[in-house]
Design a protein around this ligand. Structure first.
Ligand SMILES: Cc1cc2nc3c(=O)[nH]c(=O)nc-3n(C[C@H](O)[C@H](O)[C@H](O)COP(=O)(O)OP(=O)(O)OC[C@H]3O[C@@H](n4cnc5c(N)ncnc54)[C@H](O)[C@@H]3O)c2cc1C
Length: 500
C-alpha cells in the first residue's frame, strides 16, 4: 500500500539494521504496537561497527521508555559504565565533564557559582567528577554494594549492542529480513516502493531510512540537500584500533586526548580497550596519522582501520513518507559521543508525532520535526566548536587553524557574554534553544575546563574560600569510598543482585 502525505500509517519499512534501524524499529513496534514494522538490512554491507560511548539519555531510554529488562541487557550487551569524559585538553593537565552539575551550581554558604572559585584545581565539583578522578564508578551503599543510580551512560561495543537489539526487535514483533536495497520508486517526494536484490518490490506507508552514511532514501533517492559542517569542524577521518585489556584498570570515563591533528578517544570495555584517532585529512596523511596513533598506542594492530566521514546534516530529515534516522540523517564527529542520543531523540519524536496525529502526520508535524532535529544537530555542531576554538594545548598548524577559523555558530552570544561576566549560570539566558542538550553546564564545563579568559574574576575572602572547600570536601569523602567498575560488575553478577 502507498500513502498520500496524510493517510494513516499502518505499515513501516525500516531500511538498515545498525543501531539506528534497530532502535527505530523497536521504538515504533513496542510503543505503537498496531504498526506492522519490517526491518530490512544487508549483511553484506554490514554496520559501521563503531559507536562505543553513549550519553546518559541512553540507559534512561532503554530501560524506562522501551522497558528493556536491565538484567538481560547487562548480560547480553555487556556494557560498562561511563560517568563522563576526561579531557586531556587545554592548559590544565586534564579536566572532567560529566552528566551532573559542576558549574551550574553554587555550594552552600558562598556567593557565586563554582566556576568562579576554580583556579588550578577543578576536582570534586560533583560526585561523578570525584568518582572518576579516583578511578571509581559509583558511590557505596548498604553492605558495600554500588549505588547504580543517577545520570550515567555506557561504554558498549557496537556489535554487542546491535546483536542485543536484533533479538529485542524480534521479541517485540518486528519482522527482520536480510536483503540489499537496489532502487526506489518515487514521485513528488513520496516513495511508493523499494526494490531489493533478492526480494523484489516492497512497499509500506512510512519508510525509515537507517541506511547509515549511504542515506539510500533521503540522500540518494530523494536528493535532499546536505548541509556540511566543514566550515567549523575540520576532522573527517578516524583511525581505529585497540587491544585486549592487559591488567589496566577499567575506568568509568571516556578519555579524549589532544593529538597533533585532532584528538584520540579511549573507551573502556570490560575486556577490550578501544582507541581511535579522529583527524583532519587536510592536515595529515592517513599514513602519518596512523604512525602518530601507533606511537601513542603501541599495542594497537599494525593494520589500520580507517573510516572516512563528513560532519553535517540533511536540510530536512523527514521528507514526504521518508524519515531518516541515525547517520542517514546526519553525523557530527564523535567528540561528545552524541550520535546514539540523537538517534533516540529522532526515534522519540517520530513516535510522538505519529501517536499524536493518530498515525496521520501532516505537513505541520513534518515541519516541526525537521525544525527540532535540525536545531539539535546544529547545537551539537556548535558545542563541539567550543572544544576546538579554545583548546590551547598544542600549537600545531591544525590547532592554530581551529583557534583561528572555528565558528561558534548560534552560540557566539554566549561566548560574548561569558567574556564579560565569567562562568555564571546567568549565561543560560543566551542559549538559543531550550530545552538544550548540553544546557549551560556543558558550555561552562568546557570554558572553565579550558581556562578560557574572562573579565570578571572573583577573589573570595578566606572564610568564603574555606566554606567553598568544605563543599568540595564532602564530595571528596563520598567519592573516595566509592566502588570501581570491576567491583560494580562483580556485584551485579551476584545471584542476589536486584535492580531497584
Ligand atoms: C569514528 C566514529 C566514532 C563514533 N563513535 C561514536 C560514539 O562513541 N558514540 C555514539 O553514540 N556514536 C558514535 N558514532 C556514530 C555511530 O557509530 C552511529 O551513529 C550509530 O552506530 C548508528 O549508525 P547507523 O545505524 O546510522 O549506521 P550503520 O551502523 O552504518 O548501519 C547502516 C545499516 O544500513 C544497512 N544498509 C546500508 N545500505 C543498505 C542497502 N543498500 N540495502 C540494505 N541495507 C543497507 C547496513 O547493512 C546497516 O545495517 C561514531 C561514528 C564514527 C564514524
Amino acid at each position: 500500500m502507498t500513502s498520500s502525505p496524510s493517510s494513516r500509517v499502518q505499515s513501516v519499512i525500516v531500511l538498515g539494521g545498525g543501531s539506528a534501524g534497530m532502535l527505530a524499529a523497536i521504538t515504533l513496534k513496542r510503543l505503537i504496537p498496531q504498526l506492522d514494522v519490517e526491518l530490512i538490512h544487508s549483511p553484506e554491507i554490514g554496520i559501521i561497527g563503531v559507536g562505543e560511548g553513549t550519553t546518559a539519555v541512553f540507559p534512561e531510554y532503554l530501560f524506562n521508555i522501551l522497558g528493556i529488562p536491565r538484567d538481560e541487557f547487562y548480560r547480553e550487551a555487556k556494557p560498562t559504565w561511563k560517568q563522563g569524559i576526561k579531557f586531556v585538553w587545554g592548559p590544565r593537565d586534564h579536566f572532567f565533564y560529566d552528566f551532573e552539575f559542576q558549574y551550574d551550581q553554587r555550594f552552600d554558604g558562598v556567593s557565586k557559582a563554582n566556576g568562579y572559585y576554580v583556579d588550578e584545581d577543578c576536582s570534586d565539583l560533583s560526585l561523578a567528577c570525584g568518582l572518576m578522578q579516583r578511578g571509581k564508578a559509583f558511590p557505596t551503599g548498604p553492605l558495600g554494594k554500588p549505588v547504580i543510580k543517577g545520570a550515567h551512560a555506557f561504554h558498549i561495543e557496537n556489535h554487542h549492542l546491535v546483536a542485543y537489539l536484533e533479538g529485542e526487535a524480534k521479541r517485540c514483533g518486528v519482522v527482520l529480513t536480510e536483503d540489499t536495497f537496489a532502487s526506489a520508486e518515487h514521485d513528488g517526494g513520496q516513495v511508493s516502493a523499494l526494490h531489493f536484490e533478492k526480494g523484489g518490490r516492497r512497499s509500506a506507508d512510512l519508510y525509515i531510512d537507517a541506511s547509515g552514511f549511504r542515506s539510500e532514501l533521503l540522500g540518494k533517492a530523494l536528493e535532499e540537500p546536505f548541509k556540511s559542517f566543514s566550515g567549523g569542524l575540520f576532522c573527517d577521518r578516524a583511525v581505529i584500533g585497540g587491544w585486549e585489556r592487559d591488567g589496566e584498570p577499567i575506568q568509568a570515563y571516556t578519555t579524549a586526548e589532544t593529538m597533533d591533528h585532532g584528538w584520540c578517544w579511549q573507551i573502556e570495555h570490560e575486556t577490550f580497550i578501544n582507541r581511535g584517532y579522529v583527524y583532519a585529512s587536510d592536515f595529515v596523511s592517513d599514513e602519518d596519522a596512523h604512525a602518530e596513533f601507533r606511537k601513542k598506542n603501541p599495542k594497537t594492530p599494525e593494520e589500520p582501520r580507517i573510516l572516512k566521514f563528513r560532519s553535517g546534516r540533511y536540510k530536512r530529515s523527514w521528507v514526504g513518507n521518508v524519515v531518516a534516522i541515525g547517520n542517514a540523517s546526519g553525523f557530527v564527529e564523535p567528540l561528545e559521543a552524541t550520535a546514539l542520543a540523537q538517534i533516540l531523540y529522532e526515534c522519540r519524536w517520530v513516535k510522538e508525532l505519529l501517536e499524536n496525529s493518530d498515525c496521520q502526520p501532516a505537513e505541520a508535524q513534518r515541519d516541526f520535526y525537521n525544525h527540532a532535529i535540525g536545531v539539535a544537530w546544529d547545537e551539537i555542531r556548535d558545542f563541539l566548536a567550543f572544544h576546538y576554538k579554545f583548546n590551547t594545548r598544542l600549537d600545531t598548524p591544525f590547532w592554530k587553524h581551529c583557534r583561528e577559523h572555528t565558528e561558534l555558530g548560534d552560540y557566539q552570544a554566549l561566548y560574548d557574554l561569558y567574556q564579560e561576566i565569567g562562568p555564571s549560570p546567568l549565561l543560560t539566558s543566551t542559549l538559543p534553544n531550550r530545552p538544550n542538550i548540553y544546557g549551560i553546564e556543558g558550555f561552562l564545563a568546557m570554558l572553565v575546563g579550558m581556562k578560557v579568559p574572562h573579565k570578571n574574576p572573583h577573589t573570595p575572602a578566606e572564610a568564603e574560600l574555606q566554606q567553598w572547600q568544605r563543599g568540595r570536601k564532602k564530595i571528596a569523602t563520598r567519592a573516595a569510598a566509592g566502588v570501581d567498575v570491576r567491583r560494580a560488575l562483580d556485584a551485579i553478577r551476584q545471584p542476589s543482585w536486584q535492580w531497584s
